[in-house]
Design a protein around this ligand. Sequence first.
Ligand code: ACO
Length: 432
Amino acid sequence: MSKDSISIGYNAKELKLPLLRGTLGTPTVDIGKLNKKLGIFTYDPGFVSTASCKSDITFIDGEKGVLLYRGYPIEQLAKQSTFLEVSYLLMNGELPDEKRLSIFTNDLSHHTILHESLSGFFSGFHYDAHPMAMMVGVVGSLSAFYHSQLDMNDPEHRRISAMRLLAKIPTIAAACYRHSVGLPQVYPRLDLGYCENFLNMMFSRPGQTYTEQNDYIDPVTVEALNLLFILHADHEQNASTSTVRLAGSTGANPYACIAAGISALWGPAHGGANEAVLKMLVEIGTVDNIPKYLAKAKDKNDPFRLMGFGHRVYKNFDPRATITRDTCHAVLERFPSDDPLFELALALEEHALKDDYFIEKKLYPNIDFYSGIIYRALKIPENMFTVMFVIARTAGWVSHWLEMMDEPTHRISRPRQLYTGYDQRDYPTKNA
Ligand code: ACO
């Protein structure tokens, strides 16, 4: 990492701040000594210009629409790899060879089963509980099962925690769905691949054989899931990953940290957008209504936003959205339906991309504009869309948690504030 510096002066004192340059990306000023030397803080709500950590995992160039996992372009990974290879890459830094992949897959499949007592937790939820609410609760509860023997200073203990999370989250996700429709939980099957096993746990009906269930373990479905999982696997310091890092910086239990990440992901400005896009398309209803809704999105006094549009980092296009748009066509070709929402989404995209407001503000479709339509075609229920995102992003969350915990001197994350409340004042004297 090459270094030079920039100078800053305050109160007749001058300080040279090191300018850090990573392998790729924007030069970054190290302001760590600013308060100690000059007695000032920096103010950056929403972390628009602030790097919160160093990381070797993922790189994004928002202007050029580049996304790299450990240096590999997302387009190449999407075309050539599986979600498990990508998970191994994110966690370990290199692609696995055949032997390493086989050990990783085997290891993972042996962690897929849930402790029987944990399975019992689902009965405490009302049938209409949102699956994301159950995910937050049940994944957090894993910490109650794996806490007393966990030595956070032992890298092997940390690795096993990460593997357990990656393996058990699809089992928990499917159990959330089964609970909401009143079906019994399905045990994971070690002989099935990662996506196939998930589909089996979601949709298998009591008494059916695997062959009879081929309608939902279809190769196009498996391929589409694998692709969406790869595309969602990591995205550097997004809100949920930063939440995992922030919680993890205190030394908290890893399962509790991931539950915190799931909470952050749920919001419609982040992972909840895929469910929100579908709701929005249903609300818009027909192509004729598009101008009315675009006007609402542009009106500062109207809280309506075009869901699935805009991104903090991508300002020309989201490379993941380009791939999901193509996949949408393939999936809808395989499972033709009279679902008008895809046509409506295409028309909405076309209108918005020609609109001055969206052009000026550089608002383009993000990955979640199309992922909901794909999930809908695959018969994944709408309230499970963000849960699907959780399954994929777990690979990124655990990789960032491992990276942070491996640093010899990581510090607790503790932002400063610009206080705007009352000056000090006296408590009113009480009448005797
Ligand atoms: N519809 C209408 N206007 C928008 C939209 C939108 N979807 N997104 C941004 N804008 C406008 C804002 O009102 C703002 O206008 P202003 O400059 O006049 O105040 C300007 O564009 C910049 O937007 P910000 O909110 O400041 O951008 P920020 O980087 O903070 O937010 C975000 C990014 C949250 C993604 C935002 O674009 C949004 O809410 N999009 C819709 C939700 C969505 O799709 N989220 C998924 C993100 S991808 C993911 O997490 C997987």
